[in-house]
Write a protein that binds this ligand. Structure first.
Ligand code: GDP
Length: 301
């Protein structure tokens, strides 16, 4: 991964890294090994109870544990588990000349609009032809906000307030195909996962995308989750999954977090690859997810 992204991630997880490092030192401070501080920090960093207990069990079983190999044990464990989740598709491959539709879903305020701006810009900078469809036709403000992001990134946007979301999606996919775009981001209305009507609307958009699928196109549905939403992220995943098949997760607002473990927990619980990490409000503040970089920035290297 390019250095710029490594630095973004490394800065984002500085707090978590410092906390883990202090906790690891305290394990060996007394004559006997004391794992209480480490347990507390892993839980506070949002690694989740299950994983924290698994890790502590392994440490307890290991008789020759010391400060150096404890970090390596943690490192290997985290990397192995994430590699398992990502084993089928380590990195999403976006091919030029082949349309990839990415439906962006999630609850209000999770960072959907901001992420679309950043993602569209990211792929455009890789030389891909990117289009955005604004399918949140319920809120004028959402539409405006997306337009602002699109113009910042100099990316074309399809919007039409007189139509329903599925009709805008239909129009945008047609344009994407006819004009040979490589990626189409479909912004969907931010919804509470408890709002059944909006969920059905989402399903309608998904059905339209499916209709357009052929040998020269594919689609993904990415759930955007706020990295600070803890257990809620798991609930959101479960609820949205009842309506669409989620194929990837983007975790936002990880800049300066002390809860860096949440990335791990969300991937582990849902068994779904993490695609990108959002680490700030600027257009460039997004990083493709890389297991090694993520784990190394949590533990230091
Ligand atoms: P939406 O309702 O899901 O479209 O969410 P928005 O994209 O409007 O984001 C909600 C708020 O979170 C805005 O104030 C964004 O600037 C902020 N935000 C989004 N992503 C990030 C991020 O990665 N880091 C930080 N610090 N703020 C973010």
């Amino acid at each position: 991964m390019a250095n710029i992204f490594k630095n973004l991630i490394s800065n984002a997880f500085k707090k978590t890294r410092e906390n883990i490092s202090t906790a690891i030192k305290s394990v060996f401070n007394s004559t006997s090994i004391n794992l209480d501080d480490l347990e507390e920090i892993l839980l506070k960093s949002d690694f989740g109870y299950e994983f924290t207990e698994q890790i502590l069990d392994e440490i307890k079983k290991n008789k020759s544990i010391n400060e150096t190999n404890l970090i390596e044990l943690l490192r290997n464990n985290l990397k192995d588990k994430l590699a398992f989740i990502h084993s089928n598709d380590k990195h999403l491959i976006v091919e030029k000349g082949r349309l990839l539709i990415i439906q962006i879903i999630g609850v209000n305020g999770s960072g959907k609009t901001t992420s679309i701006g950043k993602l569209a810009n990211y792929y455009k900078n890789q030389g891909l032809k990117v289009l955005i469809a604004s399918c949140d036709t319920f809120r004028a403000a959402a539409n405006e906000q997306l337009s602002t992001w699109a113009s910042k990134a100099e990316i074309r946007i399809i919007e039409d307030f007189s139509k329903d979301p599925a009709a805008v999606a239909f129009e945008a996919i047609k344009i994407a195909k006819e004009e040979k775009f490589d990626i189409l981001f479909i912004d969907t209305a931010g919804r509470l996962h408890t709002n059944k009507n909006l969920m059905l609307e989402l399903q309608k958009i998904d059905a339209i995308s499916s209709k357009f699928m052929d040998n020269n196109s594919s689609k993904e549905s990415w759930l955007i989750v706020d990295g600070n939403s803890g257990q809620n992220a798991i609930t959101q995943f479960n609820e949205f999954s009842k309506y669409v098949k989620i194929t990837g997760i983007v975790i936002t607002k990880l800049d300066g977090t002390s809860k860096g473990g949440t990335v791990f927990q969300i991937a582990f619980k849902n068994n779904i690859p993490i695609r990108f990490l959002g680490v700030g409000e600027g257009l460039e503040n997004i990083s493709e997810f890389d297991i090694d970089d993520y784990v190394d920035s949590l533990l230091g290297k």
